[in-house]
Design a protein around this ligand. Sequence first.
Ligand code: MN3
Length: 251
Amino acid sequence: MMTRRRALQTTALLTAAATAPVAFGQPDVVPKQKQTLISTAPAPFKLPPLPYAVDALEPHLDARTMEIHHDRHHQAYVDNLNKAVAEFPEMGKEPVEVLLMNLNSAVPEKVRAAIRNHGGGHYNHSLFWQTMKKDGGGEPKGELKKSLDKFDGGFDGFKKAFGDMAGKVFGSGWVWLVMMPDKSLGVTARPNQDSPISDKSGGKTIVPLLGLDVWEHAYYLKYQNKRADYVAAWWNVVNWDFVAERFARRG
Ligand code: MN3
């Protein structure tokens, strides 16, 4: 937890930014939530390989889209993230989640937008690939299913709320299933590559469990302007075992 003293230190560090090279401020959220991290590798950040063949999600997500999305778009976020942390060695020692969890408190203002966009892009996509698999879909099991059943209309109600939210994202962004600090679940949307992991509730980090990329680059080749068709198809490749396993590890 962030102590008052630490808050003052962080403020002092950030204020010093104008005159001196600044270190990454003292993170106020060190991953107590390590069990829900998806990567603990520090800089130089690397593009993680897809956990399946590029055509594994056909016909729902086509191979060409997956290839361009992973090899070019995600790679660009990784490259730009590495550029952003290059002059801040302390930041480069942290996993991307820690940078994002402390985005508004400890990341120097000079690179905050770059970390939000490219760090968010790297994190969001790293999670996205893992939350899909060949022959996915269906329903989750166990505790996750029980929690999703608490949505109005149960699991189907959750899917409808998520799909409706995806349809309402204006421009580029993501829709998310998140775990709140009290372990309850929520559906939310964020613009661009903003990640819910940078947001807090009652001072505690919100954990993104499942995100759907609704940037046009994620679906335009196959679905053109029909985002709702893309969302409907995507449910067939969701890797619920992966999502449920992270939910089960909640601290
Ligand atoms: Mn994308």
